[in-house]
Design a protein around this ligand. Structure first.
Ligand code: DAH
Length: 344
């Protein structure tokens, strides 16, 4: 046994992998191996001898097994560590950058408006951008030859009957005529409008308006004020204050300009509001008697209010943009910047 143990210890020293260890184990511990041979000798011994021999043999076997088990454990750990080392992922390597698209900021402002109005039960409707003179002007109290038409430098498409709509207000007339004076109207219409303006930082020949119309019974200017105030609080912050200033439009009476308290300086005066504390965001008013009548609504039964927000203006103010052309160029760096600002 001592001889064997010495040999095993000698051989096991050189083992560095599990496979060789297993082979060595088979060599010594299999049925045909030398250790089993020692066990077989038991049967030739007397009872006395068996006892002593048995104890020695067991201790010897335990020691041999221990040698194998210890090395097996050590080799297994080493193997696992090697595997972990090889499969290690270097997370410090910078990933490939993926450019994801970002919504155009103007589109986003329009969607914000839509969402708030829809939550108040308004429908979002569409109208044609190439419009008839009748809807763009005549039904809105601007007959041919009316001097106020000049203020809306219009692109005519065909003679003087078809034009690029100069505002989104024709959708008011179209909607009322479609409803045939029978039911209440509650719509907004976001869309493009066109005027023969020279493009500069605050003017564009194409711009976006958000038109609104509500026709029902007993509607007054205070309903308009309440609605606009609520909308502006939702879009520009809860502490926003709204102010109406007297104005003039042919299709509303009375007419107002809608101002909100400057959200940048909270009304104290800053460069955004040109030190006035107020920002104009659109026009509005109570729908004119003649407009209701001309579009099939009996003004003695129905009344309503209408408004038109300037979408670019709202977006410029909200995102601190000082050039309206920013919305129409395709510089992705700009769009991404706004996206980041929005996320903040
Ligand atoms: N259409 C007007 C413009 O382009 C804006 C406007 C004013 C719309 C008053 C309205 C309104 O619906 O009631 O300047």
């Amino acid at each position: 046994m001592e001889e064997l143990l010495k040999n095993i210890k000698e051989e096991i020293k050189n083992i560095t992998d599990l496979k060789s260890l297993n082979e060595l184990k088979i060599k010594y511990l299999s049925k045909k191996g030398p250790i089993n041979e020692l066990s077989l000798k038991m049967k030739d011994l007397s009872i006395e001898e068996k006892k002593e021999y048995g104890m020695k043999l067991n201790a010897f076997k335990n020691e041999v097994n221990n040698l194998f088990d210890t090395l097996k454990e050590k080799l297994e750990t080493e193997e696992l560590n090697k595997k972990l080392e090889n499969e290690k992922i270097d997370i410090s390597l910078p990933a490939t950058k993926i450019n994801v698209g970002a919504p155009n900021i103007l589109e986003k402002v329009v969607e914000d408006f839509e969402e708030v109005f829809m939550s108040m039960g308004y429908d979002v409707v569409d109208g044609p951008e190439v419009e008839e003179d009748k809807f763009n002007f005549e039904l809105l109290g601007l007959p041919k030859g009316h001097p106020a038409r000049d203020a809306q430098d219009t692109f005519y498409v065909k003679g003087d009957e078809m034009l690029m709509r100069s505002h989104t207000s024709p959708v008011q007339a179209r909607t009322m005529l479609k409803y045939e004076g029978k039911e209440p109207v509650r719509i907004i219409c976001p869309g493009k409008a066109y005027r023969r303006d020279d493009d500069d930082a605050t003017h564009s020949h194409q711009f976006t308006q958000i038109e609104g119309l509500l026709v029902d019974k007993d509607i007054s200017l205070s309903d308009l004020k309440g609605t606009v105030t609520l909308i502006c609080k939702k879009l520009f912050g809860n502490d926003t204050i709204t102010r109406f200033r007297p104005s003039y439009y042919q299709f509303t009476e009375p007419s107002v300009e809608m101002d909100i308290s400057c959200f940048a300086c909270k009304g104290n005066g800053c460069s955004i509001c040109k030190n006035t504390g107020w920002i104009t965001i659109g026009g509005a008013g109570v729908v004119h008697y003649d407009v209701l009548k001309g579009c099939g609504y009996d003004p003695n039964i129905w009344s309503g209010f209408a408004f038109g927000f300037g979408a670019e203006r709202c977006a410029m103010l909200k995102y601190g943009i000082n050039d309206i052309r920013t919305f129409y160029n395709t510089d992705l760096r700009e769009t991404r910047n706004f996206d980041r600002k929005d996320a903040e």
